[in-house]
Design a protein around this ligand. Structure first.
Ligand SMILES: Cc1cc2nc3c(=O)[nH]c(=O)nc-3n(C[C@H](O)[C@H](O)[C@H](O)COP(=O)(O)OP(=O)(O)OC[C@H]3O[C@@H](n4cnc5c(N)ncnc54)[C@H](O)[C@@H]3O)c2cc1C
Length: 397
């Protein structure tokens, strides 16, 4: 069939060298990964380490990181192009560098001291080490401003107790950025602090979460802190301002999640338009039925509209003008539209779409995470609607 639709839509939206970067990664995913993904998923293994090393040597982990710290000196647009290129074949591969950069390295880049940046960013940029993001807890999901993980000051250090869960990349991470309660009597949003804690420190216990049915190649860990000592040098950002570190970081993370949703949608569009031109029923291709065409067209419209929006917000992220509700809105819309259309695409392709080798069912399952991860859509909608109802903003729930 023709060139993939994602390429046609992206080319006029980004600079030539950025489009070349996207094409290089898409070629890598097509030629080196696509044929292996199904086998890895069926054998229930995590992403093989040599793929992480390859992505590292291609510079993916350093895309938006300054050259002085070993990165590629690019921006959010480059990271989102990687998200699109890799998610087209496998969202659970894309999230590995995606979370490592947007949730692991970015808070160090934005809030780290010079010493923390020099110590960690070169290896994070090379993919030689990863940090995972410790916001969610068994008892604190959407209500994340008041963590149950507590860091109690004792003299010149802190003692951490409690549990984080759902930490993406935990299996490969050397450190976790932990969001912990440090001032229970402080103002809401000013009670917590972030710490950079080595996962091999005494009292830290990591366990891979079992039974996950989404992002099969991605590591998702639960990490407990049993009287773990943290020094003042391990504080990331300001004391009692940890929630700001987390929510600012999530702006970039949500853009990346949106790119993953669009990568899946782009895959589904190409798969569906190919299939409906080949599959014959009632004496001709099923694509001649207008009800089938509607789904193809709706996918194309959603992809074009949302790609344009997302690339615009990537630039707003890099010039510092992005607002929290903008990142929330694009994540909400891309994930909702893509997951609804994936189900429609599966329906118009028929029974074959239920097979893992067809690809749509895998993408559909992974799209669930884009609706819940980095802030559940329904909880984020309150944030997104607040600027529209300023007179009653303090009453919204
Ligand atoms: C595969 C995967 C990877 C993840 N990776 C990470 C990670 O790396 N680091 C990390 O910290 N977290 C991670 N998460 C956790 C994710 O961010 C949380 O799942 C998410 O924030 C929602 O929290 P919860 O699941 O506890 O849902 P809850 O907070 O229990 O909410 C459940 C539902 O209640 C409703 N709801 C809750 N609050 C509101 C509200 N205010 N208004 C309206 N409706 C509401 C929504 O429908 C919501 O979906 C990951 C999750 C998954 C599934």
């Amino acid at each position: 069939m023709n060139q993939r639709r994602l390429d046609q839509l992206l080319e006029p939206l980004v600079e030539e060298e950025r489009f070349a970067l996207y094409q290089g990664l898409a070629r890598f995913a097509d030629e080196e990964l696509a044929d292996k993904i199904l086998g890895w998923e069926r054998s229930h293994q995590l992403l093989p380490h040599d793929v992480i090393e390859q992505l590292g040597s291609m510079g993916v982990f350093g895309l938006p990181i300054a050259e002085q710290y070993g990165g590629q000196g690019g921006g959010m647009t480059d990271l989102l192009l990687a998200g699109l290129a890799l998610s087209y074949q496998s969202p659970s591969i894309a999230i590995t560098p995606g979370a490592a950069v947007s949730l692991g390295a970015n808070p160090v880049l934005k809030f780290g001291t010079d010493e923390q940046k020099e110590k960690y960013l070169p290896e994070l940029s090379a993919g030689e080490r990863m940090f995972c993001f410790g916001l969610s807890e068994p008892g604190r999901g959407s209500d994340a401003a008041n963590p149950q993980v507590v860091a109690t000051r004792e003299g010149d250090h802190f003692i951490l107790r409690g549990e984080k869960c759902w930490s993406t990349n935990a299996a490969w991470s050397s450190h976790i950025v932990v969001h912990a309660l440090t001032d229970p009597s402080g103002r809401n949003g000013h009670r917590s602090t972030c710490f950079i804690i080595p996962i091999d420190r005494e009292g830290v216990h990591y366990q891979e979460m079992e039974g996950k049915t989404v992002w099969p190649l991605s590591s998702t860990g639960s990490i407990t802190f049993d009287g773990v000592v943290a020094t003042e040098a391990e504080v990331l950002g300001d004391l009692n301002e940890g929630f700001r570190v987390m929510v600012t970081t999530l702006n970039g993370g949500r853009l990346f999640v949106a790119s993953m949703a669009l990568g899946s949608l782009a895959f589904a569009l190409d798969k569906t338009r190919t299939y409906v031109q080949q599959r014959d029923q009632f004496g001709g291709p099923i694509g001649r039925f207008q009800r089938v065409q509607d789904v193809v067209l709706e996918m194309d419209l959603a992809l074009e509209r949302n790609l344009t929006w997302l690339m615009h917000l990537a630039r707003c992220h890099d010039d510092g003008s992005i607002k929290r509700e903008q990142a929330a809105k694009v994540k909400i819309d891309c994930s909702r539209v893509a997951s609804r259309l994936l189900m429609d695409a599966m329906e118009v392709c028929g029974g074959v779409a239920s097979l893992d080798e067809f690809g749509l069912a895998r993408h559909s399952a992974d799209l669930f995470v884009t609706r819940v991860g980095e802030g559940s859509n329904r909880a984020l909608m309150t944030q997104a609607v607040r600027p529209l109802l300023p007179d009653i903003a303090d009453q919204l729930q």
